[in-house]
Design a protein around this ligand. Structure first.
Ligand code: AMP
Length: 486
């Protein structure tokens, strides 16, 4: 049974804000966590981003803090009572934005502090007094050391995306921050996965926590349609273009494993006429926020990103996530595809796997406890040739792998291609039946206005080179730059 927010008896200002945001029924994590937090218990929550976990902790904490709410302008009347720690600036900004919305009709104040930006404006806000402080660990320590904030009245601590904080190496910072806080407090820990490290962290800092798992940890959202295609590295861009076009996708996230790969791919896709922005750790804070903003506004079609840069970004309605590279860490697969199919919307996750990725795919299979079927990628431009050779028998699909018979004509293929096909067959789990793939039958219905023309259509008509975005310099200029430099 899904319950409504009206059953919660939230204070009127909070209930009003929630209603204004259009929330009606609670998501599973909210249903389970809100009553527990309202009772003042510690929580260890396994929830993916996109499940509504921010409201799951923010609403009950704000509700509990309502007794301290006051209109005074004195900073002393607004001490930090709730501290929310997150691994990245983007996540911190996102959570702080949500907290502000939930608290907008109350006198409870909130702010966010994160690194990579001038400390002064953050200091000014802190000195005015805030009840809810959202922060990344490093910058919070800077403010603590500069005595810009005092944390001796903190009653609530949220360690959000705790697994990621540990991955990034924030454990010593977290330990220091937690040592400044009163022992008597409520601690909530949220993590996408409960690794042994997370369990250790929880046993050190949580007291008799109530464990809440909205889905099996490491589960992928059931609303996400997942596909794995066997694609050589050289063909991945072509495959990306083809799927974008076939599905009429107007926006997508494209994940790669390295910063260098990220920048390179974004440049190549720009040249091919797609409005693309790269999001990786080497980008300045300002550039990252701008990239996100441009994507949210629909000014950018593809956001090419690395895992650290994209973790937990709340961008609604991303119709598709592409794993241009299969992630090295299987858990990142779960995080990546959590960008799509959020809050009940359907999504698409497409991964391109080269034959050398076999081990990584097996790791993902084990983690998500789902058999992965590696599908062959057939390129449209190759279809007439294949058809001519009598290989096609299934609409647009050349053949379905493994369980299907070796396609006719395969014996004529060059030895390398034959070897690759054998590898794909060995690699893919066995299928019993050959069926049409709904992938090609059900085009994605975008939430963008229907008159927006997908850029890849425009690219075809006008020629990709004329479609370069303002972010990319024409080749000539680059060459000229190199000349002057040498
Ligand atoms: P989160 O997992 O907290 O990042 O939330 C993901 C998105 O779901 C955010 O944009 C929230 O505004 C939205 N959301 C959270 N709770 C609900 C709800 N009960 N009903 C509808 N949308 C929600």
């Amino acid at each position: 049974m899904t319950s409504s927010f009206s059953n919660l008896s939230l204070a009127e200002p909070l209930a009003r804000a929630v209603a204004e945001m259009g929330y009606e029924t609670m998501t599973p994590i909210q249903e389970q966590a809100i009553p527990v937090v309202l009772q003042g218990k510690d929580v260890m929550g396994a929830a993916q981003t996109g499940t509504g976990k921010t409201a799951a902790f923010a609403l009950p904490l704000l509700q509990r803090m309502m007794k301290h709410e006051n209109p005074s302008t004195s900073p002393a009347r607004h001490p930090v009572r709730a501290l929310v720690l997150l691994p990245t600036r983007e996540l911190a900004v996102q959570v702080a934005e949500q907290v502000k919305l939930y608290a907008k009709y109350t006198n409870l104040r909130s702010t966010v502090v994160f690194g990579g930006m001038d400390m002064k404006p953050q200091t000014l806000e802190l000195k005015q007094g805030v009840e809810v402080l959202v922060a990344t660990p490093g910058r919070l320590l800077d403010h603590i050391e500069a005595k810009n904030t005092v944390l001796n009245q903190v009653e609530y601590v949220v360690l959000d995306e705790a697994d990621r904080m540990l991955d990034i190496g924030f454990l010593p910072d977290l330990q220091r921050i937690l040592s400044y806080l009163p022992k008597q407090r409520i601690t909530l820990l949220f993590s996408a996965t409960f690794s042994p490290e997370i369990k250790r962290l929880a046993s050190s800092y949580l007291q008799d926590p109530v464990t809440i798992e909205v889905a099996r940890s490491n589960a992928t959202a059931s609303t996400v349609e997942q596909h794995f295609y066997a694609v050589n590295a050289d063909d991945k861009r072509r495959a990306l273009h083809q799927i974008l076009k076939a599905r009429g996708l107007k926006q997508a996230f494209v994940f790669v494993n390295s910063k260098l790969g990220c920048a390179r791919l974004a440049r190549s896709l720009e040249r091919e006429g797609l409005k693309t922005t790269a999001l990786h750790g080497d980008k300045s804070q300002d550039e990252r926020l701008k990239a996100l903003d441009a994507f949210k506004k629909g000014e950018v079609d593809l956001l090419v990103c690395t895992d650290v840069a994209a973790r937990g970004l709340d961008i609604k309605d991303v119709p598709a996530v592409f794993n241009f590279d299969v992630p090295f860490n299987a858990e990142d697969y779960v995080h990546r595809i959590g960008r799509t199919g959020r809050a009940g919307a359907s999504g698409l996750a497409v991964s391109f796997a080269a034959s050398s990725d076999q081990r990584l795919v097996t790791d993902i299979e084990k983690l998500i406890k789902t058999k992965i079927e590696l599908e062959p990628m057939e390129f449209e431009e190759d279809l007439p040739r294949i058809k001519e050779q009598g290989r096609i028998n299934d609409g647009r699909r050349m053949y379905r792998d493994s369980g299907a018979e070796e396609p006719r004509g395969a014996q004529d293929a060059p030895p390398r291609e034959r070897q690759e096909r054998r590898e794909r067959r060995d690699y893919a789990p066995q299928r019993q039946t050959v069926s049409r793939d709904p992938f090609f039958d059900k085009p994605y219905e975008s939430s963008l206005p229907t008159d927006t023309q997908p850029v890849w259509e425009a690219a075809v008509k006008s020629g990709a080179s004329r479609n370069l975005s303002a972010n990319i310099k024409p080749k000539k200029k680059v060459a000229a730059l190199f000349k002057t430099a040498s």
